[in-house]
Write a protein that binds this ligand. Structure first.
Ligand code: ATP
Length: 365
């Protein structure tokens, strides 16, 4: 993980963007507040249409907020046209110039800025080395592979030394293996240059593995901001718990509140303790979330609740066990295959679901 400073690179303050008018209005962003720190690999994660691209376009200056302001190093950037902002973008489509060589593409921005030829050459060489493309510098971009084009697009965007680099789903056109390789490359380049990266993806695994911090978005709103660990282990609400990783959601009712936990009577009749959400004290009907890997199987009567094992799906490193609870709900348990062997998990048998420490959490709606 790169060392991020606590200083803000970008502050998004109450930004909304409403498209259209009258009945045909679309609120692409709804009062978004975000602070993205200097040196940070920051990811905007969310399903299609949640407003990720809109937010990047506002930062780049291709579009303007309906409300709110965006500060860069503490200054409002509203008056600056895109080319005067110390911000650059890597697009999903790369947007390279096909009739130019690799080196000409990388040097293009600097040429437009009127930099001296010697400086351009030195910077292009530096960028070629950064993305490991020295040997390809005189090739036309139409003669290089998709992964190589991605490296050139990255080098071209970094050449003018932007303070912030915006990356809009830059890896989505690559096949799985290349994509994994470029994820590592992007992380390395971000760490080596120390430039703040704002990365857009709808791929939760990509966000979890690459980011210093992630903002999870839905319907134009930021639902949670945190490290991969925080977001995965302590999802703020049901949307986040559902969008990231796999979850069991169980309906229940609070029967007692303690300092950090609540006792919940589940719809299936069992009573469990679950940790409370960060804010507010829940009461009445609630939803409890439990990750499949925070549970394991045991002999009937030895866990938090019992059920019937209805399916076991083998995934190589682990197996997913589907347990039908007595009220008909299905609960998924994920066990690493290495750990198996203590309990015979035969389909159709009665089993107990055992919960790990702090496995259950009460969710905010
Ligand atoms: P994707 O992953 O599909 O690119 P996204 O999260 O980037 O999605 P945006 O492209 O920011 O989402 O779009 C957010 C919402 O705003 C969507 O409902 C979209 O249809 C709408 N929208 C975006 N641009 C415009 C526009 N120019 N006019 C009207 N509506 C728009």
């Amino acid at each position: 993980m790169s060392s991020t400073s606590k200083k803000a690179a970008i502050e998004i303050r109450g930004v909304s963007r409403v498209y259209g008018y009258g009945n045909a209005q679309v609120t692409a962003l709804d009062s978004v507040f975000l602070t993205i720190r200097e040196n940070e690999f920051f990811t905007l994660l969310g399903p299609s249409g949640c407003g990720k691209t809109t937010l990047l376009r506002l930062i780049a200056g291709f579009d303007f907020p309906t409300k709110g302001e965006i500060l860069l190093n503490g200054e409002d950037i509203a008056p600056l046209p895109p080319f005067k902002r110390p911000v650059n973008t890597v697009f999903q489509s790369y947007a390279l110039f096909p009739h130019m060589t690799v080196a000409e593409n990388i040097g293009f921005g600097l040429k437009m800025l009127g930099r001296p030829a010697a400086e351009i050459k030195a910077r292009v060489d530096e960028m070629l080395a950064l993305v490991h493309m020295e040997r390809m510098k005189d090739r036309q971009v139409s003669q290089i592979s998709g992964g190589q084009q991605q490296r050139v697009a990255l080098a071209r965007a970094l050449a003018p030394k932007p303070k912030v680099l915006l990356l809009d789903e830059p890896l989505s056109a690559l096949d799985y293996k290349l994509r994994k390789e470029m994820q590592i490359e992007l992380k390395r380049v971000q760490a080596e240059t120390g430039i703040t990266f704002i990365f857009v993806t709808h791929d939760q695994e990509e966000a979890l593995t690459m980011s210093d911090r992630i903002a999870v978005m839905s319907n134009g709103e930021v639902r949670q901001v945190g490290s991969a660990h925080e977001i995965y282990e302590r999802p703020a609400d049901r949307f986040v718990a559902d969008f990231i990783g796999e979850s069991n959601f169980l309906a229940g009712e609070i029967v007692e509140l303690k300092e950090e936990t609540g006792t919940v009577r589940l719809a299936s009749g069992s009573v469990i303790d679950a940790s409370l959400p960060g804010e507010g004290s829940p009461s009445g009907k609630v939803t409890v979330v439990i990750r499949p890997e925070h549970a394991s199987l045991g002999d009937p009567g030895t866990g938090s609740f019992d059920g019937e094992l209805v399916d076991a799906i083998y995934f190589g490193t682990d197996t997913h066990f589907h347990v039908r609870l007595d009220n008909g709900e299905t609960f998924v348990v994920r066990e690493q295959n290495m750990r198996q062997g203590t309990v015979p998990h035969d389909k159709g048998s009665r089993v107990a679901v055992r919960l790990g420490l702090r496995a259950a959490q009460i969710l905010r709606d």
